[in-house]
Design a binder for this molecule. Structure first.
Ligand code: ZN
Length: 142
């Protein structure tokens, strides 16, 4: 199996069966973010306790890319500290504009979305959940 079809499989799997889809009982922060280019919309909820992301859920509708990105992101950052999350946001954004993927091994399955840099319009779909996450962290920190 080539890397590309493996990556497509990851994106399909997460878009059909998104992880952490739903609502939190007591979210610390909630952010709604839209991508008008594609019609994607996501409502992201995070619960933050003692500087840890103790829980995260999202709802919304959108293309396979935006849903799988939100699902993969939620799996990646659940249980992380705020500073780890900030680092992950930075690394993920860097991956979408990088020339090679070798330095992004620690992103795990999220590397599947790195293939999208060939399709600039889809990068907004991949970034949607991450922009929502970034705004959550900013609101929490301010
Ligand atoms: Zn989209």
């Amino acid at each position: 199996m080539t890397d590309l079809s493996l990556y497509e499989e990851v994106i399909l799997k997460h878009s059909k069966n998104p992880q952490n889809f739903g609502h939190l009982v007591n979210p610390t922060i909630e952010i709604v973010e839209e991508n008008p280019v594609c019609g994607d919309k996501i409502a992201l909820q995070v619960e933050i306790t003692n500087n840890f992301i103790t829980d995260i859920k999202f709802t919304g509708k959108g293309c396979a890319i935006s849903l799988s990105s939100a699902s993969l992101m939620s799996e990646k950052i659940k249980g992380s500290t705020i500073s780890e999350v900030e680092q992950n946001i930075k690394t993920f954004k860097a991956m979408l504009i990088a020339n090679n993927d070798t330095e992004f091994d620690n992103l795990g399955e999220l590397r599947a979305l790195g293939t999208l840099k060939k399709f600039p319009v889809r990068i907004k779909c991949a970034l949607l959940a991450w922009i929502a996450l970034e705004r959550c962290i900013e609101n929490f920190s301010s």
